[in-house]
Design a protein around this ligand. Structure first.
Ligand SMILES: Nc1ncnc2c1ncn2[C@@H]1O[C@H](COP(=O)(O)OP(=O)(O)OP(=O)(O)O)[C@@H](O)[C@H]1O
Ligand SMILES: [Mg+2]
Length: 244
């Protein structure tokens, strides 16, 4: 059984069909890239999975459970975590406090009163800050981080809830080539912990980190499967090069 199954999902906005019967799967501990030209339906697909949009028809199944109409908190409890293009970082708070808030959100209230649990929280926050190269910025105001560092903080925040599936929509948008390379290095080790579904424009970036790719063109899936196989597909080259 796949961790995530998207079954024949259609999403219609007025007269526009953003997704026209799209099916794809993500396995446990798989890194899956979603690519395609502008307006091909990538963000709509991620939103239908995350619950920010409800499909017009079709279904979304996580760990065998139908979550098509579930609320975002229900999806979060089912093991899904996401980072969208709009930032969730609170710029006036310190880097540490931003992450602490994210980590605390998933702790039972009573536990927070115990110093033992507070120490465990601190360890978890520092551990995540270390993994995302932000430990030396812990006391700085989050608004002073570079664009790339803010994205890394957000990925750390999304991971703090220990999801089974992490959804990322263009995490490297607006990053320098150097920050992009570091992002690849920072994301790679999370494979032992969860699956990843990542939307990206930059094929070179995701082909190196993803096991599988799905290519969308005008709301339809042109190809889906192992990265090496999809990359060779002639229709993929056409779809990507003609509008991409
Ligand atoms: N809320 C909405 N209302 C109306 N149309 C929408 C809405 N959201 C998306 N669309 C349209 O659906 C189509 C797919 O959009 P989507 O944002 O999913 O594309 P995308 O592949 O993420 O594009 P990009 O690469 O530019 O981010 C586009 O034509 C877009 O204009
Ligand atoms: Mg998009």
């Amino acid at each position: 059984m796949s961790l995530l199954e998207v079954r024949d999902v259609t999403k219609v906005f007025g007269t526009l069909t953003a997704l026209g019967g799209a099916s794809m799967t993500v396995a446990d501990n798989e890194f899956h890239g979603l690519i395609g030209p502008n307006g091909s339906g990538k963000s709509t697909m991620l939103k239908c999975i995350a619950g920010a949009e409800i499909p017009t028809s079709g279904s979304v199944v996580l760990s065998g459970k139908d979550i098509t109409g579930a609320t975002p908190p229900e999806r979060s409890r089912a093991g899904m975590s996401l980072k969208f293009q709009i930032t969730a970082v609170l710029p006036q708070l310190s880097v540490y406090d931003n992450l602490l808030l994210a980590v605390q959100a998933h702790q039972p209230m009573l536990g927070l009163l115990l110093s033992r649990s507070r120490r465990a929280l601190d360890e978890k926050v520092m551990d995540l800050l270390g993994q995302f190269r932000l430990a030396d910025r812990r006391d700085d105001i989050a608004g002073t981080l570079s664009h790339g560092q803010q994205q890394w903080l957000e990925i750390a925040m999304a991971l703090s809830r220990e999801p089974k599936l992490l959804l990322l929509d263009e995490p490297t948008a607006g990053m320098s080539p150097q920050e992009r390379r570091v992002t690849g290095d920072l994301i790679a080790p999370i494979k032992t912990r969860c699956s990843l579904l990542i939307v990206e424009h930059d094929l070179d970036f995701i082909k190196d980190i993803c096991d599988s790719l799905t290519v969308l063109d005008q709301g339809r899936i042109v190809a889906t499967g192992p990265t090496a196989q999809v990359q060779k597909d002639e229709r993929v080259k056409e779809a990507h090069l003609s509008h991409g």
